[in-house]
Ligand binder design. Structure first.
Ligand code: AMP
Length: 304
């Protein structure tokens, strides 16, 4: 039997329900999403259910993280189906705030993570990470989670959130889940449904290019330009308009000349009108090269 999932639309209602869970001594896990849920989201929900006494999922298409001319208006919304999936999994609370319960014209505060938010996706999506940080900071304050779960798929987002949480002393431990993929390697994304059949067939080239770049590193290539040149070439062949293909430090996101330490190999580009991103984190040492998840040790300063 599935337990009844609670639903809240106002922040006060959500905070009240969380307060009840806290009184019962339950730990609280939060999985923030923009809905149109797929297996990538659900894998994070399962991580939270496994670790937390009480799991809250937020579903909010955050207008502040979309730039002018981006896809806010056509972003897929499948709320009834999302709600059903989450209830079946055993989620405790679905928080679906309307935009005017989080934002008002009186708002004046921004949350900006210098430098980290300007690199990679930040350079072609100015203001995007400020929008993400604002809503994540608000969600952290409303839900006050012990744990929050994000996908490696959006590695830069996870790095920026972790920095914001550490800088602002949110007592939350950030966990990353591995990127969940379609059978042909394409990273699952709510935006994949925008692809035409032809584009969908070409889209896995980004993942294939990243795998080839990683293979070159495994075989001893350390020159970042040569490594990123491989994925760039594969994406161009498939017809991507390339936004970036970069090898950056896994903690600072600073571009590297040489592949060493924990690195993030990340790419973004457009197929037709659809912007796709993907990445691989690699640990490179004299002993070898292994794929990894980015790790965030900062939370441990609040371990009780
Ligand atoms: P979104 O709804 O796109 O804002 O994503 C909500 C959360 O799900 C973020 O933490 C994403 O990184 C994560 N996510 C999205 N796609 C995937 C995927 N294919 N695999 C794992 N996590 C994902």
């Amino acid at each position: 039997m599935t337990r009844k999932m609670k639903k809240a639309t106002s922040p006060a209602e959500a905070a009240g329900i969380i307060g009840e869970a806290r009184k019962k001594g339950l730990s609280v896990g939060l999985v923030p999403t923009m809905g149109a849920l797929h297996e990538g989201h659900l894998s994070l929900v399962r991580m939270s259910l496994g670790r937390s006494g009480f799991t809250a999922v937020s579903l909010f298409v955050n207008p502040k993280q979309f730039g002018a001319g981006e896809d806010l208006g056509r972003y897929p919304r499948t709320e009834d189906q999302d709600s059903k999936l989450l209830e079946e999994l055993g989620v405790d609370l679905l928080f679906m705030p309307p935009a005017d319960s989080l934002y008002s014209d009186a708002d004046r505060t921004t949350v900006s993570v210098r430098e980290l938010g300007d690199r990679l996706c930040g350079s072609s999506r100015p203001g995007h990470f400020d929008g993400v940080m604002l809503v994540v900071a608000k969600l952290f304050n409303i839900i006050r989670p012990d744990f929050a779960f994000f996908g490696q798929k959006d590695a830069q987002q996870a790095v920026v959130i972790q920095r914001m949480a550490a800088d602002l002393d949110f007592h939350v431990r950030i966990f990353l889940g591995p990127t969940v993929r379609e059978d042909d390697g394409l990273a699952m994304s709510s935006r994949n449904r925008y692809l035409t059949a032809k584009e969908r067939a070409l889209a896995p080239a980004m993942r294939k290019g990243l795998l080839e770049s990683a293979d070159a590193i495994r075989k001893g290539e350390r020159d970042a330009k040569k490594v990123t040149g491989i994925v760039t070439a594969r994406m161009k062949e498939a017809g991507f308009e390339i936004d970036y293909a970069e090898l950056v430090d896994g903690a600072t996101l600073i571009p590297l000349d040489k592949a060493e330490g924990t690195v993030l190999l990340a790419a973004a580009g457009k197929l037709g009108t659809t912007r796709l991103i993907d990445n691989m984190a690699l640990r490179i040492s004299p002993e070898g090269v292994s794929e990894t998840l980015l790790e965030f040790p900062e939370w441990s300063r609040y371990e009780r």
